[in-house]
Design a protein around this ligand. Sequence first.
Ligand code: SAM
Length: 217
Amino acid sequence: MVMEERRRMVVGLRGRGLSLSEEVESALLKVPRHLFLPEDVRSCAYRDAPLPIGDGQTVSAPHMVAIMAEALELREGHKVLEIGAGSGYNAAIMAELVGPGGRVITMERHGSLAKRAARVLLERGYSNVQVVVGDGSLGYPEEAPYDRISVTCGAPGVPGPLAEQLGEGGVMVIPVGGLEHQSLLRVRKVGGRTATEDLGSVIFVPLIGERGHRSKQ
Ligand code: SAM
């Protein structure tokens, strides 16, 4: 039944014109999105919609997860840094794409979300994912450089530490703009320099931190 719902979700994404690689499609079919969500929203897990996950945060809609996974050009063996672990769902999708020889390090500023994401990831056997509590606007220099960096919250600009921690030939996907909406940017590092493409308009919750937006509290 749940597998059928995931199939319908993928058919729906294709029906809306999203071009999905075989790899991304099979990750979307494999990862049980409902298990990463709080019980009260599980019945909506396979709708193409962002959903609340607690602490005022949301898991991105499946189409956005797919768009970011495609834009990142993830390959087996990549070491990935994600900023904004949230529910852990996107980390699981990326863990499928980089395989057991790759790694995903995902940072989350809310300890409660990080704890729940880490538990579900462990229960689902994602031993190639590590959840780190901290300010992702500063990156995670301990494990740099990264082949890929995925930022799943909106930043006022590309944080310098993230650009520095991106390895040569690396790709970062990051929403950049104001609090209301952002542009999804793909940043490539070639010859020590970064080149940026605008992939379109998006809406993400803010990156709050030293090199992000200021917290309201
Ligand atoms: N990738 C997540 C998932 O699959 O559920 C969804 C991420 S949600 C759209 C954005 C997340 O970024 C929130 O959980 C938020 O707490 C987190 N966040 C915001 N600023 C952050 C920061 N400086 N460091 C780490 N996480 C941050």
